[in-house]
Design a protein around this ligand. Sequence first.
Ligand code: UDP
Length: 455
Amino acid sequence: MERKQKERKGHLVLVPCPLPSHMSPMLHLAKLLHSQGFSITIIHTQLNSPNESHYPEFSFESIGGSMLESYSAFDGDVMLFLSKLNMKCETPFHECLVKMQLRCQYTPISCIIYDAVMYFSAAVADDLKLFRIVLRTSSAANYIGLSILDESDFVSEPRMEEPVAGFPFLRIKDMPLFSTQKHTREVLTCIYNGTRTASAIIWNSLWCLEHALFEKIKNETLVPVFPLGPLQKHCSSFSTNVLSEEQGCIAWLDKQAPSSVVYVSFGSVVTMTEDELLEMAWGLANSGQPFLWVVRACVVNGSDGVEMLPREFHEATRSRCRIASWLPQQKILAHTSIGCFLTHNGWNSTIESIAEGVPMLCWPRVGDQRVNARFVSHVWRVGLQLEDRLLREDVESAIQTLFIDEEGIEIHKRAKELKKKVDISLRQGGASSEFLSRLVKYISLQETMIRLSNA
Ligand code: UDP
């Protein structure tokens, strides 16, 4: 451990959220900051925890071992899971940091960087007078959505189609609405406050995608924002997947025509009804395009979706379909045979698709997915959005529009243009790369001030 800590610019303690789609951006950020000369300690909860042997350059500290075993499979209520997680982690994290500060193998902590949903970290850092920065793994649009939403909007069904004041291209129904349950409201408020009060905000998003919103956030929070995204593209050989993947699909993709395959995946959490699964299946089958579909084991409300697909569907699609339970998504989106991504628009999926120039067919379900989908279809115009109520005819005709119609060709062109902007952002002198340099200077300055005040 001494070797890991010695002669580095400073010591950063990172607090990722154990949900797979949150763990990955934080690990990418860890790698990026390590490459900039910082030593890194990752705090983990032993739930979906990263395999330490894959990351010899980091130190790891565990909080909440046995107490979190009972949450190994949360029941689909992400907000309830987060509420319990935050309650359970605060004390062990406090104890862990106190111990770390006493142990001589660790250099003093320069900064705590925590996922916005791990808001307990804010209280602990403040109590120990540690400097803290928050990582937002969702879009700036989602943050703005949370900040402008009036509670009454949650309940008033007739207002759902109305435009949002100040954002005419957004409708109230595009806002990050969750349920009105008390624990949900409390968690969202804590996430929002835990972001607002940090010394700086790192985003897994890009200046070229959301600069107007970043300006607004900077003016409102009065703290620097560092959009460094897409985090996964800075160190592309670095893998963070904590779930096992089926690699055979790449060989299958190699045999498909360029830009011909529909990749279908709804992330790690979303579930659907049996009806929706069947509409999706027949829409894909009738589209005539080859498709690669991630059907997670519990996607149909806890049951195995693949078993619900009828024999006729398998017979009709055998020659042009692959189904898997989990795939190496980033590798797939980068494959030349992929022509479109049918997605729920979780932010990771959205930004991964943008980074590879893949047009999207959006079917958002909850939370930030709706606002992301609206930006995809109406602001960046690199996709089309399906209606909430999924019908096989709509899936089929939207796929055909994307692959055949003039509108689809324009969408493909814009997606490729946007990818170029992302590539430029990542190059030396580009926005994401510049924000990284600024972040390094910002943390180093804080580090110097800590050292001087301890001298
Ligand atoms: N993912 C993956 N393989 C799959 C499906 C998803 O690696 O078969 C990854 C995907 O690349 C993304 C994450 O899981 O990084 C899903 O995150 P997102 O924010 O899109 O959705 P969530 O899971 O939070 O709903």
